[in-house]
Write a protein that binds this ligand. Structure first.
Ligand code: URA
Length: 436
């Protein structure tokens, strides 16, 4: 095919035909369209956009590039949850075992850390032995037995998205809203879910920085998934500050295990889990309204039974059963350093993007795809946004185990994320909107 024709058409603001998109995506998925041509087309799309028909056709062609899973043998409505990504966003690890405990199966295909944002798979892999690269049979067995499986995208599940996403990541073309929607939905539709709760993050800790863009993406996700009979509810939530008391990988797992054991923890994190989890229970048909779902979610969380379910899922996926004792004993990183308040006043901001970039420098994320993660790298917050602080008081503690040249840069970035001012911080909503 003549990809140069498609590139020049898009450059001049034209629209691509269905046949052109189909051939482009299927040839790219098998390596017959070189990355440099696709990168040029992506840049043209970045500036000229895609209309609804073109975007939907990309979605369709991406789904058709690989296999489509089906879990019809489980006679219940399958519901997944996905976030557009943020800092300290550990909600999946808390929500999934609670929702599974309520009898709603969750076929969860998650992502890795991307740019400054963290990834569920990297957090899970910090549990010794746990594997997320499951065969279809292993994924189905875990889902059938525990009502939840945590998996990574495989070579056969939407291969076109796997290649396209990697290319968008390194060519600064991630922020194309129709392609974000197509990328997320292609994986969700191919994994065989019947319904989806989307957590669309708004703020500098995520990829969408304003509510308008988030509302547009949410409406598109709801509309497009309906074409495939997947009922979606998108919730626009705050990402102007890190979520919960920790950010990193192992340290976030420890926070989740503690919440699952006690039913208690950071109030904003638990409220967000209840909103998203309650919506999943409504979509799964076990509660008649989102409010009932929220109450049921909190009841199960507070009962503490979801901890054993999380551990069973993790052990089914290879986690060493002795690993839980290490989390209890608080075994941490080789190095730690406190971040001290530089002034008296109110903590006005904990800038999430600086926290995310600082953590990448400490080894919690990747600069290039082949970088190895330091699972112990992370940060624990002692103070929240809005708290009164005094000069010299510890605000947080950073952890890391590998002594690399970027550690000092990371520590400086983390320290710079804490903004102290004389006036109390204004309050912000946690949930901005819901689109269904
Ligand atoms: N997450 C995805 O899976 N794809 C995107 O394009 C953006 C976020």
């Amino acid at each position: 095919m003549l990809v140069t024709e498609l590139i020049s058409k898009k450059q001049s603001g034209g629209v691509l035909t269905n046949a052109g998109i189909d051939e482009l995506v299927s040839e790219f998925a098998v390596g017959r369209v070189p990355d440099y041509q696709m990168a040029a087309l992506l840049m043209a799309i970045y500036f000229r956009g895609l209309d609804d028909r073109e975007g939907l056709r990309f979605l369709d062609a991406m789904i058709r590039s690989g296999e489509r899973l089906s879990f019809d043998s489980i006679p219940r409505r399958k519901v997944d949850k996905h976030s557009t990504g943020g800092i300290g966003d550990k909600t999946s690890l808390i929500i999934a075992p609670v929702v599974a405990e309520a009898g709603v199966p969750i076929p969860m295909i998650s992502g890795r850390a991307l740019g400054h944002t963290g990834g569920t798979l990297d957090k899970l892999e910090s549990i010794r032995g746990l594997r997320v690269t499951l065969t279809h049979e292993e994924f189905a067995r875990t889902l059938t037995k525990h009502y939840c499986a945590f998996g990574a995208q495989t070579e056969s599940l939407v291969p076109a998205d796997k290649r396209l996403y990697a290319l968008r990541d390194v060519t600064s073309t991630v922020a194309i809203p129709p392609l974000i929607a197509a990328s997320i939905l292609s994986k969700k539709i191919a994994e065989g879910t019947n319904a989806l709760v989307m957590d669309v993050k708004i703020g500098p800790g995520g990829f969408l920085t304003n509510e308008f863009e988030a509302r547009e993406l949410s409406a598109r996700l709801v509309r497009w998934s309906a074409e495939y009979s997947v009922e979606t509810i998108a919730v626009g939530t705050d990402m102007c500050e890190p979520l919960g008391r920790t950010a990193g990988n192992r340290i976030e797992v420890a926070e989740c295990l503690d919440i699952l054991a006690t039913g208690d923890g950071d109030a904003r994190l638990i409220e967000l889990c209840a909103v998203l989890g309650g919506t999943m229970l409504k979509l799964g048909g076990v509660c008649s309204s989102t409010d009932d779902g929220k109450n049921e979610f909190l009841r199960i969380l507070q009962s503490g039974t979801a901890l054993a379910r999380f551990q069973s899922i993790a052990e089914e996926q290879g986690a060493d059963p002795s690993v839980w004792r290490e989390f209890e004993s608080g075994e941490r990183a080789a190095n730690a350093q406190e971040i001290l308040a530089q002034d008296d006043g109110f903590l006005q901001e904990i800038r999430p993007r600086d926290i995310g970039l600082g953590l990448v420098d400490l080894g919690a994320g990747r600069c290039i795809a082949t970088d190895e993660i330091d699972p112990t790298a992370g940060i624990e917050f002692f103070k929240r946004r809005g708290n009164r602080v005094t000069r010299g008081e510890p605000l947080a503690r950073a952890y890391w185990s590998r002594s690399t040249t970027s550690v000092q840069t990371g520590l400086n970035r983390l320290a710079g994320a804490f903004v102290i001012g004389s006036a109390p911080a204004e309050t912000r909503p946690l949930v901005y909107f819901e689109t269904k």
